[in-house]
Design a protein around this ligand. Structure first.
Ligand SMILES: *Cc1c(COP(=O)(O)O)cnc(C)c1O
Length: 431
């Protein structure tokens, strides 16, 4: 690129960003978040919301309300707090249902993700002599892999045999949709459970949940999804798409804070079933009878039946503040903005020298979410360090993977254009 061309390119991107931001109906939400500062006192450009979302300003007040009520009311806070702790988790139900396209009875906020994946498998992974496999992606998140392997062992099975992986074709980074469906059609009779992430945490590939669910159910498989990278990122319709269950964490796209509580979806068709095995606890017991402290477990007729313990109210309070922002924004609007920002980011990457980066995430908008995954051969760590020193936070997976998410709640087109400037500067300085 000659100097003249480079100046024109920068001003065209800046102009496009200004136009987009000026018309962005969600622009005001950006001010609702706290941002780390650089050494020079500038707010950082945060592109790692797929890893840990920024802190909403209202979290502090929401958490302080609980602390103050506890200080002033003691144990009475269970009933007398401004938002009584006994039913506090219910404050999240409507918002969570809206977020994932579910009925309120189908969702609950509880525990953390891997715990919930296990609890779901206790109920929904029921291997038989003929049908014992769990189908996962070859690039599944390690915790999911450990969870399915240990569940197989728990049933006395050898994970080497019981866990089947979907593997991309040689030379390809992501799975082809038709290969996923073909595997289910071919091996479905031996598969007890299909458990896929959506999006895949590493490549950002989005799977067609409705098609996979249909294909799985046609073969008699149970179908579940790990939505750690889907909840708050994708426009989800869990009830209509029909998977049997889903689980996700709320601290990535959903800004619940480090170690924040997870969410669970159990499809309506399974609610109230008495034949499902379940690890039970008192918080899953019929609310009206809970404090009679009787010996017989009577499950609540909603997804709350899977709750074990009384939940950590401070963590729920943090999540409540963030969910209010999702309610204010709406997932339709957020995903529209995200699609534009992600395309804008992709166009920044296309200005880099040939071979500098390879985008692993599928480019079709319906096959990805907000995050783009790059392979940066030989220079990933150097690039991430360079960006960090200039106030831009992206995410490094050694040795050569960089993940970037222009999260729509708090990212502007201007932020993306600024990242583009830094990326181009890195390659012109390191040519
Ligand atoms: C982030 C993530 C996890 C993390 O699990 P925790 O139990 O919340 O620590 C698990 N699985 C996937 C797919 C993830 O993306």
């Amino acid at each position: 690129m000659d100097a003249q061309h480079a100046i024109l390119l920068e001003s065209a991107f800046q102009e496009e960003a200004r136009t987009f931001d000026a018309a962005d109906p969600l622009a005001s939400l950006r001010a609702e978040f706290l941002r780390p500062m650089t050494a020079e006192g500038q707010p950082i450009l945060h592109f790692a919301g797929h890893s840990l979302g920024l802190q909403p300003r209202q979290v502090r007040e929401s958490v302080l309300e609980v602390l103050d009520d506890w200080a002033q009311l003691g144990v009475e806070g269970h009933f007398a707090a401004r938002r009584p702790w006994l039913s506090y988790h219910e404050l999240l139900t409507e918002s969570t249902a809206r977020l994932v396209g579910a009925l309120p009875a189908e969702v609950v906020v509880m525990n953390t993700l891997t715990v919930n994946v296990h609890l779901m498998m206790v109920s929904f992974y029921r291997p038989t002599a003929k049908r014992k496999r769990i189908l996962i992606e070859s690039g599944a998140f390690p915790s999911d892999r450990y969870a399915v392997a240990s569940q197989a062992q728990f049933h006395g099975l050898d994970p080497e045999i019981a866990v089947q992986e979907l593997v991309p074709r040689p030379g390809e980074a992501t799975l082809r949709d038709e290969d996923i469906l073909a595997t289910i059609a071919r091996d479905g009779e031996e598969i007890a459970l299909i458990l896929l992430g959506n999006c895949n945490y590493l490549t950002g590939q989005r799977f067609d949940m409705a098609a996979i669910t249909r294909a799985g159910h046609a073969q008699g498989c149970v179908v579940g999804f790990d939505l750690a990278h889907g909840a708050g990122n994708l426009l989800l319709n869990l009830h209509d798409d029909g998977p049997d269950f889903a689980a996700w964490c709320n601290y990535k796209y959903l800004n619940a804070g480090p170690g924040g509580l997870g969410g669970v979806f159990v499809h309506e068709r399974h609610l109230g079933r008495v034949d499902l095995p379940r690890f039970a606890g008192w918080w899953g017991h019929d609310k009206a009878a809970r404090f009679q402290m009787g010996p017989q477990f009577q499950p609540i007729a909603t997804a709350e039946a899977w709750q074990l313990s009384n939940p950590p109210i401070l963590a729920l309070a943090a999540l409540r503040a963030s969910m209010a922002l999702f309610d204010a924004a709406g997932m339709v609007e957020l995903t529209q903005k995200a699609a534009w920002l992600t395309d804008f980011l992709h166009r920044q990457l296309q200005t880099l020298p040939a071979g500098a980066v390879e985008v692993l995430t599928p480019t079709e908008p319906h096959r990805r979410g907000t995050m783009l995954t790059l392979r940066v051969p030989g220079r990933a760590a150097e690039l991430v360090g360079y960006l960090q020193r200039r106030g831009a936070e992206v995410d490094l997976r050694r040795p050569d993977i960089v993940r970037i998410a222009p999260v729509p709640l708090y990212t502007s087109a201007h932020d993306v254009a600024e990242l583009g400037v830094l990326l181009r500067a890195f390659w012109s300085e390191h040519a």
